[in-house]
Design a protein around this ligand. Sequence first.
Ligand code: NAP
Length: 443
Amino acid sequence: MQKNNVQTDRPLKPLLLGLAGYGTVGSGLARILDENREAIRRRAGRDIRIKSVLVRDPSRPRQYPLPEGASFCTEMSCLYDDPELDVVVELIGGVVNAGEVIRRSLLAGKHVVTANKALLAEDGKDLFQLAAEKGLYLGYEASVCGGIPVVQTLRESLAANRIVTLSGILNGTCNYILSSMTSKGMSFDAALKEAQDQGFAEADPTLDIEGFDAAHKLALLIRLAWGIHYPFKDLPVSGISRVAAEDIQFAREFGYNIKLLGYAQMEGDTLDAGVFPFLVPNSYLLAKVGYSYNAVRIEGNAVGSVFLHGRGAGDMPTGSAVAADILAIARGDQPNNLGFCGAELPAAKIRPPKESRSRYYFRLQVQDKPGVMRDVAAILAENNISIHQALQKGLTDVVPLMFMTHLAKTRDVENALASIAACGFTRAEPVYYRVLPQPNESD
Ligand SMILES: NC(=O)c1ccc[n+]([C@@H]2O[C@H](COP(=O)([O-])OP(=O)(O)OC[C@H]3O[C@@H](n4cnc5c(N)ncnc54)[C@H](OP(=O)(O)O)[C@@H]3O)[C@@H](O)[C@H]2O)c1
């Protein structure tokens, strides 16, 4: 491929793209390349044109018309076997076919850009290795938080930092549901239905509400922040489907909003990470991120804290991130896919999830009778859990009893709650959520 020469006046030949997929993101990308053609040409020093577009059904109506000079095809080989194409842009989603398109395109010597977090989180290791061996670009800015430029920020702008913590609202569907529950007092089911009616949740929302989509993005962020490989299957993940309206309400009374966060913290050489519903102090920026917006807070040892906020999905925001990677290729930037030298990343040293320490919120539904509070407090003390605040509500026979704790180990929390449940005075399964640590919180 021709090398970059944005500094010279020598015209370069247009960069030719093959797109796999012309759905939400594919058509957003085509529209951006059309509508911003002049601005893009000035930055890249050349034209960027779409030549072929792989779809399942070319006769389907499209959100944006196919650009002039482009045509549909239905065989994957129309992309990786076409010697004219410089870049293949994978936007079909899923793992098997998308993996095949990317692998065969890299083998054919083509740069690749993708928005596919599921594939890169679960199978990315081999693809990044192949791209490194071939000296090719494997761009994935759009795969984490859509339009928010977090990949570039971690890989380039914060490259001189040791990253200490990273926490993010990585899934717009969950944030939409939790925001509706918080601001309108809705139940989880009603908020999910509203999100589906508004187009912010899929008909089958499992991947989002059970936390797996956020976990895919967290696995990629861990790679970028620390240059280590954390196997996706080992990440502890807990979604929002069991978050009750009353917990949102009680958390607010303690001064917190409940948010689903991807969280990772490096202590020494050991990483503590996972996706969980967290109580976030309502004075924090993360607590104020509403509805379908995403945000990432990164703390570096040199820069301090950096907060990125924006649209995590949608045709134009995601298309904008895809186009940024294509522009880098058009300029002839050297591939720096992982941001760390070497084709293979070392394995992460992982703190076992049960050894992880956090402050916690508990809610118990208990019989309102003498001695219950005493017994609960004794069990918590036996398990090294110190109470920071307690709150009991209502005057009925069964009442909610809430606690905020000081730092406690997950193992101790689980043991304590099992012992409390065995006492016979609880009337529902105990609920417990982590509390987002303050920077440099030690105890
Ligand atoms: N949507 C977002 O806001 C967003 C945000 C961030 C990342 N992403 C990621 O971007 C990727 C694309 O998402 P999307 O929302 O644009 O998907 P989409 O709207 O469902 O579009 C998928 C496109 O891929 C084509 N396709 C699917 N399987 C195919 C196959 N086996 N062979 C040929 N064509 C196939 C479809 O063809 P037909 O049109 O003929 O059916 C369609 O054009 C996914 O990896 C997703 O996770 C999306």
